[in-house]
Design a protein around this ligand. Sequence first.
Ligand code: ADP
Length: 333
Amino acid sequence: MSNQVKRIGVLTSGGDAPGMNAAVRAVVRTALNRGVECIGIRRGWSGLINSDFVPLHSSSVSHIINKGGTILFTARCPEFMDREGRAKAIATCRLLGLDGIVAIGGDGTFRGALELSRQVAESGQKLSVVGVPATIDNDIGCSNYTIGFDTASNTAIECIDKLRDTMQSHERCSVVEVMGRHAGFLALYVGISVGATAVLIPERELDFDRDVIEKIRQARLGGTTHFMIVVAEGVGSAVDIGKRIHDEIGLDPRVTVLGHIQRGGAPTARDRETASRMGYEAVRVLLEGKGNRIIGTQEGRIVDMDMEEALAMVKHLEMYRYEVLEALTASGK
Ligand code: ADP
């Protein structure tokens, strides 16, 4: 089968995540080892539309496994949402003689990949697309784990630990906003790991008295004099939450928005290793002649799934983790 695939493209798209480089490296090295040429498509889907590409050799991906960001750059590409934009992308694939594409990114990137696959099928051209999940939010339904989550969690934990030192000395309340517009996986994971007083996530409707004030009160009654409130950005502004805490119980919280710092930094071992396995599997799947697949992890194993079915899958936050958080918070009860 592999002799049918001679040249593939690889791109990173959407929000960046530490470990994307390790995935690019794995795709390139696996392809070259199997006698397949590899072209780097720059700036996500827009690189396919604008013929923005770079041939990749083994040495092109040397010394990147340890680097955050992505050597291929990433971008959002509104033009790709339209048929005309995707038609241009398909024309570029034909021009470059690509037999397959590995798209490394999040949910949106995969929706783009699915639309591209559908349009390719209508055109009669042969081009397989395989998605590799990379997002610090860990919010992709078909995969237990997404590249970047571990690094982002560790970055957030390191920052919060530092804040905690000073909050503890001054006996203050800290409100920290972490990323997660639609999902609280990162906030809850980080919250458990730093021993937060309370964690606010978009999956749980906010009852301010129950979820914030009462948590602080119980912690105080339990002997704590500093409080750490972790807020997923999708819940609302951490500044507003800080103000409300001030207005309702008279504390003077310090608010920190961690922001894009969570997207950077050297990927952890988990992210490098997972990205390496996922990149390898993506090429293996392409060479098997399979197309329109998404790579994911299930119970620690790497699997590949039909793209359409994978995109229909929904991952729910395990509320059990919320119970763990609550059970471990200092309490005056
Ligand atoms: P992520 O991959 O991190 O979720 P985005 O949601 O921004 O990031 O998606 C990345 C890109 O994927 C978009 O800029 C767009 O080019 C493409 N895309 C997203 N959704 C679709 C869609 N429904 N149809 C076509 N392309 C899409």
